[in-house]
Each structure stands twice: as C-alpha cells, then as structure tokens.
Design a protein. Structure first.
Length: 104
C-alpha cells in the first residue's frame, strides 16, 4: 500500500511539473475593485486558483459536519456513562452475599 501511494504521488508530481513547464506564459491578474495587480506564470495562477478552491471546499465540508461530530461526541459520552453504570451495577451485584437456604 505504501509503494502504491508513493507511485501515485510521483506520477501526480510529474504531471504538475509538466503542466508548470508547458504553461510559462506570463499573465497579469487584477484584484477588482482595488488597483492591485500581479504578473506571474499562467501555471502558477491556475494551480493557485485550484488550491484556493480545494481549501474552500474542504472548509465547507468541515463546517457541514460539525453538527454530526458534536452529536457523535455526545453519544460516545452517553455510551461511556452507561457502560460505567453497568459495570458498577455488576460489581454491586457480586458483592451482595447470596441468601442461604432455610434450615429444615
């Protein structure tokens, strides 16, 4: 599994290097409504935009799962509490001496 991950990583990095090498034309990016401009290679602009989109998507997914994770933590705490109570009841039951049968 580790070897497969390494092979996939090397292939992705090779593709990124080929993409960056073939898209070196400079582009000027302007940030509207300000006068900020930046001139950088086309590949860097595209990969930067893809990285921002990836991070924004990850943030939305993380925020979307907050309620589920909170509910899961509460349920785990409830299970832990009930298991502790059950173990205490089992321990208490074994401590009670059994009644001896009546003498005849």
């Amino acid at each position: 599994m580790r070897t497969l991950r390494l092979i996939v990583t090397v292939l992705v990095l090779l593709l990124l290097a080929l993409f960056a090498g073939s898209n070196r034309a400079p582009v000027t990016l302007r940030l509207w409504p300000t006068d900020y401009t930046a001139t950088l290679p086309l590949s860097l602009a595209i990969l930067g935009a893809a990285l921002l989109a990836f991070l924004a998507g990850g943030m939305f997914v993380w925020i979307g799962t907050l309620a589920r994770r909170r509910q899961l933590r509460r349920l785990e705490e409830t299970v832990r509490l009930l298991e502790d109570r059950l173990n205490a009841m089992k321990a208490q039951q074994t401590e009670v001496p059994a009644l001896s049968p009546p003498a005849a």
